[in-house]
Design a protein around this ligand. Structure first.
Ligand code: ADP
Length: 260
């Protein structure tokens, strides 16, 4: 009950909701605008070779994907606000990453950053509201990329996405950048709605991320890297159990008597 109250308090007002929606929609819209501008340039060039057509096809496909994403964001934020039962599904964690990676790589390339993905074997499954967790990943990766934009030498601009089975029941996902790290006075207010140090920022990303993860029963936190350059944001999600086919024959009764 307490946790719920805290989660709701973060998203209390209608104004916050409006900002939240526009914040979350900015990403797919910016991607659509950039794919569309790229396509227009290709068309203007008059080239009709197979490579150009393939690039156009891919850009159009990405535009369609992002438009769908925007639609899903509206639906899920709507559901989130009204605190309806969320759309939980069991899904392999690499599928979650795959959904956001094209956009993350696009943003990274614009900032001269590389993206590294580190997945464990076997691939764990998570139980989550897919669209909301994708938003969390997009927010954390965008923050990480932006953090490396000014002071980090090009060669060090690496964003790492790492997944680990943290515990039998929990899967941990971390997003690590090699930016300047987070100063103590910023750290104190990091998850407060509307706290931002960026002129164009809205300061809702991290507060939303934490709320989403807490609604899944998980934890979102961060730590500055010991090397002094960079930050790791880490969150946990409940591990999803894949449905196993039922054995056709009931297993024999256990003959051992359990010791009390
Ligand atoms: P916004 O991106 O709109 O500023 P956020 O809630 O996502 O809102 O982030 C709040 C602030 O936290 C940012 O303005 C930035 O100062 C700081 N921050 C977030 N992620 C990082 C990071 N990876 N490295 C350094 N600072 C960060």
């Amino acid at each position: 009950q307490q946790e719920r109250l805290q989660a709701t308090a973060r998203l209390a007002t209608v104004g916050e909701m409006a900002s939240l929606l526009s914040h979350e929609l900015n990403q797919p819209l910016a991607a659509i605008a950039s794919y569309a501008a790229g396509s227009a340039n290709l068309l203007d060039s008059g080239a009709t070779d197979a490579d150009t057509l393939q690039m156009l096809r891919q850009a159009t496909q990405r535009i369609a994907e992002q438009a769908e994403r925007a639609g899903r964001v509206i639906k899920s934020v709507h559901g989130f606000v009204r605190r309806r039962e969320q759309q939980r599904e069991v899904l392999r964690v690499d599928l979650l990453l795959e959904a956001v990676l094209p956009l993350v790589r696009l943003q990274a390339r614009k900032s001269g950053a590389r993206v590294e993905v580190d997945l464990p074997t076997p691939l764990p499954r998570v139980l989550c509201d897919r669209t909301m967790v994708e938003q969390v990943l997009l927010n954390l990766t965008r923050n990480g990329i932006q953090a490396m934009e000014t002071a980090t030498p090009l060669a060090d601009r690496v964003l790492q996405l790492r997944v680990r089975q943290a515990h039998e029941r929990w899967v941990a996902v971390s997003v690590t950048d090699h930016g300047p790290g987070i100063a103590p006075d910023v750290a104190r207010r990091l998850f407060t709605p509307f706290f931002t140090t960026r002129s164009e920022g809205m300061g809702l990303g991290l507060s939303l991320c934490r709320t989403v993860i807490e609604q899944h029963g998980g934890v979102l936190d961060f730590q500055n890297l010991e090397t002094g350059t960079g930050t790791e944001f880490r969150f946990t999600l409940p591990a999803g159990v894949a449905e196993r086919p039922r054995p056709e024959i009931e297993p024999e009764a256990n003959t051992e008597t359990p010791t009390p």
